[in-house]
Design a protein around this ligand. Structure first.
Ligand code: PEP
Ligand code: MN
Length: 340
């Protein structure tokens, strides 16, 4: 839909607009209003170059998309009917809880094993644990492939499926070889389209879910959904969206908590929304309140850094992991909120 700066285009301007859209097999339908005309583009609107050429015209004020940029993710689409089950959690009915340490410490395997048992006991459906870590400062600990062995051991001890972040193709292949149940794409790779494409393609015939975090610099809603769509378009419809707070942070929190994006996402797409309260607030004391707000806003699940002894953990755990005791009470409170 083209909106011109003046109430209507001149004949020469209209001819120029028509010729641009014709290059993309589209045509213009003029809608004549009482005070001004608008120009609908009929045809496939998905050509970015067509939009850029129209927006570049000096007499055009704006060009709006009418069609959704993400047809596969659309709440009215066919995929909205797909079943979404992880472990014993049916996301159409239950709240999904993913819990575990920020970062697996390969020097202290027992901390992971105890944490895995404890989050299971608390009611978590899936174990998270960072094997390879994107960090705020590049000189920080970046993970160790050895930790994957520990996560696999934790899975066989508890039966909990695994959520593990991958940041590149090498890690992806190792994780898939190990049979990881959910791949996490971190906020720093939220728009790494070549990685998203590769993940979609390499998981198309296996039961591996993909948790896509929101870009940390206030990733717009449509950009977030379109990035998820790219994974789906490349073969894997098992995508979940994970808001995790944005930058700049709210003074006192690590990021700007973004629970309020949840109903906006849920209005547009069928993808389950799993909120990461831990990174949103960055302090364990605030995680329960942020999680409750997310559930009140309609979250389908939570991704919560949890550790049996946060102070003895590495990565983010000392500052933002909750304990299994806090998790147990929180899950009960969250289910109460959901039942309201
Ligand atoms: C994490 O989940 O530990 C993590 C690094 O998340 P994010 O990409 O949201 O920073
Ligand atoms: Mn973390």
């Amino acid at each position: 839909m083209i909106i011109s700066k003046e109430p209507k285009l001149t004949d020469a301007q209209l001819a120029e607009v028509e010729s641009i859209v014709a290059d993309f097999n589209c045509r213009i339908q003029v809608i004549v209003g009482e005070h001004r005309c608008v120009y609908a583009i009929l045809g496939d609107e998905s050509h970015e170059l067509m939009f850029n050429r129209l927006i570049g015209l000096p007499y055009v004020d704006r060009v709006d998309h009418i069609e959704s940029p993400y047809r596969l993710m659309d709440i009215r689409g066919e995929l909205a009917k797909q079943p979404f089950v992880i472990n014993d959690c049916d996301l159409n009915k239950d709240l999904l809880i993913i819990a575990g340490p920020c970062t697996v410490d390969p020097k202290n395997p027992d901390l992971l094993f105890e944490t895995a048992e404890a989050v299971k006991e608390a009611g978590a459906h899936m174990l998270r644990g960072g094997v390879w870590k994107p960090r705020t400062v590049p000189y920080s600990y970046q993970g160790d492939t050895k930790s994957l062995e520990l996560m696999l051991e934790a899975r066989s001890r508890t039966g909990l499926p695994l959520n593990i972040e991958v940041m590149d193709s090498v890690q992806l292949d190792i994780a898939l070889e190990a049979g990881v149940d959910m791949l996490q794409i971190g906020t720093r790779n939220a728009l790494n389209y070549s990685l998203l494409k590769e993940i979609g393609q390499k998981t198309q015939n296996i039961a591996c879910k993909v948790l896509l975090k929101r870009g940390r610099h206030m990733g717009p809603i449509d950009e977030f959904i379109a990035a998820a769509e790219y994974i789906v378009a490349n073969g894997n419809p098992g995508v979940l969206l994970c808001p995790r707070g944005t930058l700049p942070g709210l003074d006192g929190y690590r990021n700007h908590p973004d629970e309020s994006i949840i109903p906006l996402l849920k209005q547009k797409t069928w993808a389950p929304v799993v909120y990461d309260a831990s990174h949103a607030v960055g302090r364990s004391a605030f995680v329960p309140a942020s999680s409750k707000a997310a559930v009140a806003y309609g979250a389908d699940g939570l991704n919560l850094e949890t550790h049996v002894a946060p102070g003895a953990g590495i990565g983010d755990d000392p500052k933002q992991a909750i304990t299994p005791e806090v998790l147990t009470k929180l899950i009960s409170d969250l289910n109460t909120i959901r039942s309201l």
